[in-house]
Design a protein around this ligand. Structure first.
Ligand SMILES: *[C@@H]1O[C@H](CO)[C@@H](O)[C@H](O)[C@H]1NC(C)=O
Ligand SMILES: *[C@@H]1O[C@H](CO)[C@@H](O)[C@H](O)[C@H]1NC(C)=O
Ligand SMILES: *[C@@H]1O[C@H](CO)[C@@H](O)[C@H](O)[C@H]1NC(C)=O
Ligand SMILES: *[C@@H]1O[C@H](CO)[C@@H](O)[C@H](O)[C@H]1NC(C)=O
Length: 386
């Protein structure tokens, strides 16, 4: 398998939430309006990385220049070859009986450099063919605008760390709404902000693997939230009245359970760092980052000798601009971990140091621990709609 499961190969999504803490009774059934679907991302499946006018993305660059950072040295040059085999893939979706198909657009197929001046109509035509075929097969399209394959041309100017990212991303989104809006009922602005920013800019796990922890991850998240809000507002104002679609953001939330009863605050703190940081500014009535995140980053920044918090601040106007920019919340869930308080006196600048929590394990989830089965009951179904 190419890369690893963070891309969510075949994920079953559902558009309405069903939550249960106990056993499944045999009489339980999914409501009639519960939709089942399947999901992919462009880099993961398309291949044809340098065909039909497509530009280079950060994932192309990363896997070509650092194959040692991919577990088996493979790359997405060909992947599932879905760029050529999309007809067969849609037949498979039909055979599977899905209600909807979630897939992402490759930004560099549409704007090869990332800058919004050189549209590539071969890319537009490709997605038109997919959308038309989905319509013909009665499969609802759910489109992710950005699923990690940032144009390398934008990376050259700092990628998501550059405040102008907001403008370039908005122009790309506008182009997608213009060309595809009539056939797309559900849009997602970003897939998984935490993974996008912490694993790719703060850490070395995902492209572009900058590894500037405690700084780049926060800058990325800050611009991502502004870009999300700008694109939500663009759609809400200009396209929703015409097309009646919905637009949201998809956030990955692992369940983080207190290891001991006196460690509930630690569990809550890491929840706020992992996903509250992206949920609170958009979905809460107050807006802005969660207080505990602001406090902890400010405190550790000052201990380390920074004169200001490493967490950027939103202005009052920005808080209001970002707040409420959703029609639904996308929730991706993979696993569960146990959280423990882990006070550390380390003065190393690091996102992981900011929250002062340790987890049951970094690689294996509680789900793999037969002694911890009780925790696995925390199962989320995805995409509860408003
Ligand atoms: C595209 O990339 C492949 C390697 O995946 C290479 O063999 C081929 O020459 C490239 N084509 C172009 C037009 O650059
Ligand atoms: C199209 O799909 C919807 C559910 O996704 C279903 O209710 C409807 O019956 C389908 N229509 C046809 C013509 O298959
Ligand atoms: C979205 O548009 C509706 C209808 O015009 C408006 O009431 C709402 O405030 C808008 N949402 C945001 C966050 O701007
Ligand atoms: C969780 O708590 C148990 C018992 O108190 C302890 O042995 C274990 O080390 C803790 N786990 C972590 C990750 O701190």
């Amino acid at each position: 398998m190419l890369l690893f499961n963070m891309f969510g190969v075949i994920t079953i999504f559902a558009l309405f939430a069903v939550f249960d803490r106990g056993c499944w009774a045999t009489s339980y059934r999914f409501p009639d309006n519960f939709l089942f679907g399947s999901a992919t991302s462009a880099y993961q499946i398309e291949g044809a990385w340098n065909e039909s006018g497509k530009g280079e993305s950060t994932w192309d660059r990363h896997t070509h220049t650092h194959p040692e950072m991919i577990i088996d040295g493979s790359n997405g040059d060909i992947a599932c070859d879905s760029y050529h085999k999309y007809e067969e893939d849609i037949q498979l979706l039909k055979y599977l009986g899905v209600d909807f198909y979630r897939f992402s657009l490759s930004w560099t197929r549409i704007f090869p450099s990332g800058f919004p001046d050189d549209i590539n109509y071969e890319g537009i035509n490709h997605y038109n063919k997919i959308l038309n075929l989905l319509v013909a097969n009665n499969i609802t399209a759910m489109v992710t605008l950005f699923h990690w394959d940032l144009p390398q041309g934008l990376m050259a100017v700092g990628g998501m760390l550059n405040p102008r990212f907001v403008t370039f991303y908005t122009e790309y989104a506008r182009t997608a709404f213009e060309h595809f809006g009539d056939r797309v009922q559900y849009w997602l602005t970003f897939n998984e902000p935490f993974q996008t920013c912490v694993f790719a800019y703060g850490d070395l796990m995902l492209a572009p693997a900058l590894g500037i922890s405690g700084i780049a991850d926060y800058l990325c998240g800050h611009n991502l939230l502004k870009a999300h809000a700008a694109v939500y507002r663009l759609y809400n104002t200009t396209y929703k009245p015409k097309y009646k679609g919905k637009i949201g953001i998809s956030i990955s939330a692992e369940w983080l359970e207190a290891n001991n009863t006196n460690e509930e605050a630690a569990a809550e703190r890491i929840r706020q760092f992992w996903y509250g940081m992206y949920l609170h500014p958009v979905f809460s009535s107050k807006g802005d980052y969660p207080d505990v995140v602001k406090e902890y980053v400010a405190y550790h920044s000052s201990l380390e000798g920074y004169k200001q918090s490493r967490l950027p601040q939103f202005t009052e106007d920005e808080i209001n601009y970002i707040k409420g920019t959703y029609d639904f919340m996308g929730l991706n869930h993979y696993s569960t971990y146990l959280a423990s308080d882990a006070p550390s006196s380390s003065l190393e600048t690091s996102y992981y140091n900011d929250y002062q929590v340790s987890l049951s394990s970094t690689g294996d989830s509680v789900a793999n621990d037969p002694n911890s089965l009780i925790e696995v009951r925390h199962i989320f179904y995805l995409f509860p709609l408003v």
